[in-house]
Design a protein around this ligand. Structure first.
Ligand code: B1M
Length: 208
């Protein structure tokens, strides 16, 4: 019987080889891919997310855990596809126009993937029209925008206006060091998150 608790622990510890080995063994003995994902990998990332929110672990631990999950996912993904397991939602994420900071945005993307979302990362310096174009092309439910500069925060407002003007439907979540809930309310975003773990909670609420 596959030890999915050990798989979750491997992710929590960021032990890549254990995460890969347990994933392979679980699949070989016929454990459903969905259980491996939810009861093993996502369960581990949930623990890391909770600890990160409480400042019990920091960015390096989150990155290491996400890397272990990513390695295991390489073996799990084809099985999930075969089994027809769908992601819990589809997100588009990007740092807004004029802004090149991507460390926080990447962390949010990793945590979203860790929680079972499909994530399309548009990178940095994303123009409002690019958000609109990609929402139309990809049919996403949630759009995440990140900004680290006070001077690029208005880029979020412009992108939200462009999305609303284009009449495309997607929930919008924003974040980044200078961003606040008050700013999110002011510019008409549907959600704000102060950190990557909270971004997962908000994204889940937005797709519910
Ligand atoms: Co820049 N930079 N930087 N920088 N930089 C800051 C942001 C700054 C605060 C430094 C300072 O002056 N003390 C300052 C901004 C001041 C302001 O506007 N308030 C600043 C400046 C001024 C600049 C330049 C203008 C400097 C210059 O050239 N004169 C320039 C701008 C370039 C540009 O973007 N056009 C610049 C450039 C750079 C580097 C390229 C050198 C580099 C970026 C490398 C990269 O990202 N690949 C850089 C860095 C590293 C920083 C600091 C040191 C660190 C930022 C970071 O990655 N933090 C930063 C000072 C600091 O914060 N101590 C600074 C770690 C990261 C995990 O946190 O991104 O906040 P953060 O993400 C968090 C949350 O905010 C949240 O979750 C994350 C994890 O919990 N979050 C979201 C983020 N996005 C989210 C999205 C969500 C939800 C939550 O939903 C979608």
């Amino acid at each position: 019987m596959a030890d999915l608790k050990a798989l979750a622990d491997a992710v929590i510890k960021g032990d890549q080889s254990a995460a890969v080995e347990i994933t392979k063994a679980a699949l070989e003995e016929g454990t459903p891919a969905k259980s491996v994902l939810h009861d093993g990998l996502i369960a581990g990332m949930d623990v890391i997310g909770g600890r990160f929110k409480k400042n019990e672990v920091y960015i390096p631990e989150v990155l290491i855990a996400a890397r272990a999950m990513k390695m295991a996912m390489e073996f799990l993904e084809p099985e999930l596809v075969k089994a027809g397991v769908k992601p819990i939602g589809k997100c588009l994420i990007g740092t807004v126009q004029g802004d090149l900071h991507d460390i926080g945005k990447n962390l949010v993307a990793m945590m979203l993937k860790g929680a079972g979302f499909e994530v399309i990362d548009l990178g940095v310096d994303v123009k409002p029209e690019k958000f609109v174009e990609e929402i139309k092309a990809q049919g996403v439910q949630v759009v995440g925008m990140s900004a680290l500069l006070t001077t690029t925060m208005p880029g979020m407002e412009k992108a939200i206006k462009a999305i609303k003007d284009a009449g495309v439907s997607a929930k919008i979540m924003i974040g980044g060091a200078p961003v606040t809930q008050g700013y999110a309310d002011k510019i008409g975003a549907d959600g704000y998150a102060a950190d990557a773990a909270s971004a997962v909670d908000i994204a889940k609420a937005l797709v519910a």
